[in-house]
Design a protein around this ligand. Structure first.
Ligand SMILES: Cc1cc2nc3c(=O)[nH]c(=O)nc-3n(C[C@H](O)[C@H](O)[C@H](O)COP(=O)(O)OP(=O)(O)OC[C@H]3O[C@@H](n4cnc5c(N)ncnc54)[C@H](O)[C@@H]3O)c2cc1C
Length: 393
C-alpha cells in the first residue's frame, strides 16, 4: 500500500500529527500495535487528562539542548489546543499552577483526536506489529503484520519506555540508531523515589500523609508542591518533579516550611510552650504522625523546648529548612510517567523535527530528548512537536 505519510504510534503525538497532516491533503495512515489508541491519554491526569499548562515555557522542559523545544512550543501553544477543545464542545478547569484538565474526562480528548483524524481523511489501524523499516533511496518501506507499506514521509511517534505493561517499547530509539542517531541515556522520570533501612520504615509507617514542601535535587529548580509518604518511599507532585532531575546516589533536600522562618518559629515556640516536646512543637505545623516521626529522627535533640540551646534551635531549623537524605532509587519504568533522555536533538531539526541523517524521517513526542515537568507540559510537547512536523510531513 502506498501512502504519503506513515505514522508509527497512535498516541497523543501520532494521532495529532496524523490529523494535521491529513488536513493538509496528505494521504495519512497511523499504525499502532495496541488494541486501543492513546492509552496514556486515557489514564492521564487521573482520568481527566491534564492536557496542557498555561505556563508553558521552555524552562519547564529538560533536554541536553534547552533551546531545542522553543520553536515548536512557540508555534503551537496551550491556547491553540484549548481552541480545538472548544471547537469540539469540550471545556476545562484549571486545577492549580496553570494545569488544565478536561471536564469531560480523558476519553473525550481521545475522541477529539480520532474525530480530527477521521474528518481530515486520515486512517488508523491498530493491532499492527511493525517489522523491518528501510529507506530505498526514494521512499520508506515498512514491513508489518498487515503487509508492506510504502511512504514518502515516516513519522515515529511510538513514545518512551514508561509503563511497559501498557505497550511502551524502545522502538523509536532502535529505529533512530538504525538511521545513525545518538540516544541520550534514558531514565524513568516523574517517578516516586524509594528508600531502604530506617528511612524506608519511617516513611512507610506514615504512608498516606501529605505535606506541602519545597523540594530540590542536586541540580535543577526547586518545586513548591505536596510531598506524599508511601509504603515504598516518597511520592506526590514535589517528589515527582525533582525525580526528573535526580541521579543515583545524589541526596535530595526538602524544605519542610517553605516561605517560613524556622528559627524564628522555634524561638517563639520555646518562649510560648517551654514544657512541650519537639513532637508537640512540630504538631503545630505538621500532621501529628509526621511530627512524631520527624522528632524521632536521630539528628533531632530529645529535649523539651525550654532545654533547647540556641545552637540546638539552629540545628533543628537547619533540618526543617533543608532535610537532606539520599534515595536508593526510583520505582522505575513500572510507574514513571515519562522518559527522560531519548533521541538526541542534535540530529533533529527544531523547526520540523525532521532527521538530519535521513530526509523524510521525523521523530515527535516523548521519544525525543525533551521531557516536561509534571502538569500538562508533556502533552503540550506532544501537540507542539506533532504540529511542527505536520506542516511538512
Ligand atoms: C500514568 C500517566 C499519567 C500521565 N498524565 C499526564 C498528564 O496528565 N499530562 C501530561 O502532560 N502528561 C501526562 N503523562 C505523560 C504523557 O502520557 C506522555 O508524555 C504522552 O502520552 C506522550 O505522547 P506520545 O504520543 O509521544 O507517546 P504515547 O502516548 O506513549 O504513544 C505511543 C504509542 O505508540 C505505540 N507503540 C509503542 N511502541 C510501538 C511499537 N513497537 N509498534 C507499534 N506501536 C507502538 C503505543 O502503543 C502508543 O499508542 C502521563 C503519563 C502516565 C504514564
Amino acid at each position: 500500500m502506498k501512502i504519503d505519510t506513515l505514522i508509527l504510534g497512535a498516541g497523543a503525538a501520532g494521532l495529532f500529527c496524523g490529523a494535521r497532516a491529513a488536513a493538509r491533503g496528505r494521504k495519512v495512515l497511523v499504525l499502532d500495535h495496541a488494541k486501543k489508541p492513546a492509552d496514556k491519554v486515557r489514564i492521564s491526569g487521573g482520568g481527566r487528562c491534564n492536557f496542557t499548562n498555561l505556563h508553558t515555557e521552555p524552562k519547564a522542559f529538560l533536554s541536553e539542548n534547552p533551546h531545542f523545544a522553543k520553536s515548536a512550543l512557540a508555534r503551537y501553544g496551550p491556547w491553540d489546543f484549548c481552541s480545538l477543545m472548544a471547537e469540539h464542545g469540550l471545556s476545562w478547569t484549571e486545577k492549580t499552577l496553570g494545569q488544565l484538565f478536561c471536564d469531560q474526562k480523558s476519553g473525550a480528548v481521545i475522541k477529539l483526536l480520532l474525530d480530527e483524524l477521521e474528518q481530515a481523511g486520515g486512517e488508523l489501524r491498530l493491532q499492527t506489529t511493525i517489522g523491518e523499516v528501510r529507506h530505498t533511496g526514494t521512499h520508506f518501506e515498512v514491513l508489518t503484520s498487515e503487509g508492506a507499506f510504502e511512504a514518502e514521509s515516516l513519522v515515529i511517534a511510538t513514545g518512551g519506555l514508561s509503563i511497559p505493561k501498557m505497550g511502551a517499547t524502545g522502538f523509536a530509539y532502535d529505529l533512530a540508531r538504525q538511521f545513525g542517531h545518538d540516544i541520550i541515556p534514558t531514565r524513568p522520570a516523574l517517578v516516586p523515589l524509594t528508600f531502604t533501612g530506617k528511612l524506608h520504615e519511617d516513611f512507610a509507617a506514615i504512608s498516606g500523609v501529605s505535606i506541602p514542601v519545597e523540594a530540590r535535587a542536586e541540580t535543577g529548580p526547586s518545586f513548591v508542591e505536596n510531598l506524599l509518604f508511601t509504603h515504598r518511599g516518597l511520592s506526590g507532585p514535589a517528589i515527582l518533579q525533582i525525580s526528573s532531575y535526580w541521579h543515583e546516589s545524589q541526596p535530595v533536600s526538602i524544605d519542610l516550611l517553605p516561605g517560613a522562618d524556622a528559627r524564628e518559629m522555634l524561638h517563639a515556640l520555646r518562649a510560648d510552650q517551654p514544657k512541650a516536646t519537639l513532637a508537640q512543637a512540630f504538631a503545630a505545623s505538621f500532621p501529628a504522625r509526621f511530627a512524631d516521626m520527624l522528632a524521632s529522627q536521630p539528628t533531632m535533640p530529645t529535649k523539651r523546648l525550654a532545654e533547647l540551646s540556641n545552637q540546638d534551635i539552629d540545628q533543628i531549623a537547619q533540618i526543617l529548612k533543608a532535610w537532606r537524605f539520599t534515595p536508593v532509587g526510583t520505582e522505575g519504568w513500572r510507574t514513571a510517567e515519562v522518559t527522560a533522555g531519548g533521541i538526541n536533538t542534535n540530529g533533529l531539526s527544531s523547526q520540523t523535527l525532521e532527521s538530519k541523517h535521513q530526509p523524510g524521517l521525523f521523530f515527535i513526542g516523548e521519544c525525543v530528548d525533551v521531557t516536561g515537568w509534571l502538569g500538562g507540559y508533556n502533552f503540550q510537547w506532544a501537540w507542539a512537536s506533532a504540529a511542527a512536523a505536520a506542516e511538512v510531513v
